[in-house]
Design a protein around this ligand. Structure first.
Ligand SMILES: NC(=O)c1ccc[n+]([C@@H]2O[C@H](COP(=O)([O-])OP(=O)(O)OC[C@H]3O[C@@H](n4cnc5c(N)ncnc54)[C@H](OP(=O)(O)O)[C@@H]3O)[C@@H](O)[C@H]2O)c1
Length: 418
């Protein structure tokens, strides 16, 4: 498929804050000779972005521009037919994303995005998975901070357990220290989920279901609701609070298990929380986070307050943190994996996943950039079966290797006491 198309990758939404960073990532880290283009709805803005990028990367002037409107199906068809992979940062996806998924599914074009909107993903699976299977299009949502560290982290633990002759049975994920702010687009997406859920009870059902993204007939298992309050976790000896991304990450990890044929058995368990530290400071942090999150959600479910939050909290479209803030950002995630060894013994493994720039922009641009390259260039991934996949089920080992090479930490160790 790739050789007869003009481009290997098109970055759709290159005029937005995140899209521009993805374009910058490809200019800095894309392989020599990569055939790629930048797309957006405004040719004038695209030209401005290209000129701006050329100040740091003169080769940007050679990158072709494609004008395309996300709300116009014909325009999305034309875009999808020109490339092996579309990498899109146009969101909120529930508002602007459907025509592009439909076009990719029809034309056998691989697709990666940054959505964290469960209801949108469910709608895309139900609407276009059969067509994507038939055309060979590989549709992969959630290729940013949500949900690559979680999905690829569990994949890595599963492989490490298998190398020791064992089987992974349960993973506890702890989101730890981080610096960096949420993307404005991410807050906009969250507010949009709440707005849609208010209008449509079936959306509330999907968003609240721990297995809401699994295929039909596979929507049950041992996991329940995500943590909503403060808890002391004996396993790590720390206080914990709810982790806002758990609502999407856990669903993606569980869909991966189903799509991979339940490699760890149907009783595999997965949960995510935020670890806030030991003693009274840890407890206070957990209470503050839980309270703020509860307050945010309560306010955001009231239409008028939601609009006020959108106007006050959201950066203007195309805006986000400056380079210094992105470079000084980081995140740390720990996972504890429990498994059964070859002799039926209990095996414990620990994983550490780190990003060395801010999670929402710097590391996200890296993760979706590497996902696009992986889908376009890694033969076994590019030629894999079509359908609606997750990062780990579509790209697994190939993406893990790429992210390590790109400087992210994905480490596994046996705990000293085991
Ligand atoms: N998962 C993660 O970790 C993560 C991290 C960062 C961002 N995100 C997601 O990425 C998305 C973008 O975030 P952002 O902060 O980069 O937002 P942004 O700066 O507002 O960029 C939005 C982009 O969408 C484009 N767009 C809007 N409507 C369009 C249309 N009809 N046709 C073509 N293009 C259209 C905009 O084009 P114009 O320039 O012409 O307006 C712009 O390029 C959000 O959904 C956000 O949730 C996710």
């Amino acid at each position: 498929m790739s050789s007869e198309r003009a481009y290997e990758v098109i970055v759709m939404g290159a005029t937005g804050f995140t899209g521009r960073l993805v374009a910058e990532y490809l200019l800095e880290h894309g392989p020599e000779g990569l055939r790629w283009a930048m797309a957006g709805r405004s040719p004038v803005k695209l030209e401005e972005v290209r000129k701006e990028l050329a100040q740091r990367f003169p080769s940007a002037l050679d990158v072709p521009l494609v004008t395309a409107d996300s709300m116009d199906r014909g325009s999305m068809d034309a875009l999808a037919q020109q490339t092996t992979v579309v990498c899109t940062t146009v969101g909120p996806y529930a508002k602007y994303g459907e025509a592009l998924v439909a076009a990719c599914a029809e034309h056998g074009t691989h697709y990666v995005d940054l959505t964290g909107e469960v209801q949108f993903i469910r709608r895309m699976i139900d609407g276009y998975e059969d067509q994507a299977r038939a055309s060979g299009a590989r549709i992969v949502h959630c290729c940013g901070f949500d949900s690559i560290p979680s999905d690829i982290g569990v994949f890595m633990l599963g492989e490490a357990m298998a190398e020791r002759g064992g089987t992974l049975k349960e993973v506890h994920m702890y989101a730890g220290e981080s610096r960096g702010q949420f993307s404005g687009g991410t807050v906009a997406s969250l507010l949009n989920i709440l707005e849609e859920a208010e209008k449509d009870p079936s959306i509330r059902k999907v968003v609240g279901h721990p297995y809401g993204l699994n295929p039909e007939g596979e929507r049950d298992g041992p996991d329940g609701r995500d943590q909503t309050g403060v808890k002391f976790d004996k396993e790590i000896g720390m206080w914990t609070a709810p982790f806002v991304m758990a609502a999407i990450n856990t669903r993606i990890v569980r869909r991966t298990q189903s799509l991979r044929g339940h490699p760890y058995g149907r009783d595999f368990k997965y949960r995510e929380v935020m670890s806030t530290g030991k003693g009274t400071p840890g407890l206070m942090r957990a209470m503050t986070i839980t309270g703020s999150l509860g307050g945010f959600m309560a306010a955001a479910t009231v239409g008028s307050l939601r609009n006020l939050m959108a106007s006050r909290l959201l950066p203007k479209p195309g805006q986000g943190p400056d380079r210094k803030t992105r470079e000084e950002g980081f995140f740390v995630i720990r996972m504890i994996g429990h498994g059964v060894g070859p002799a039926g013994d209990q095996v414990e493994l620990q994983a550490r996943i780190e990003g060395h720039k801010d999670p929402g922009y710097g590391e996200t641009a890296k993760m979706i950039g590497e996902s696009a390259l992986c889908m376009a260039l890694d033969e076994s991934v590019r030629t894999g079966p079509g359908g609606s996949w997750t990062p780990a089920s579509a790209m697994g080992r190939a993406l893990l290797d790429r992210l390590r090479t790109a400087g992210m930490t994905f480490d596994v160790k046996v705990p000293a006491t085991a």
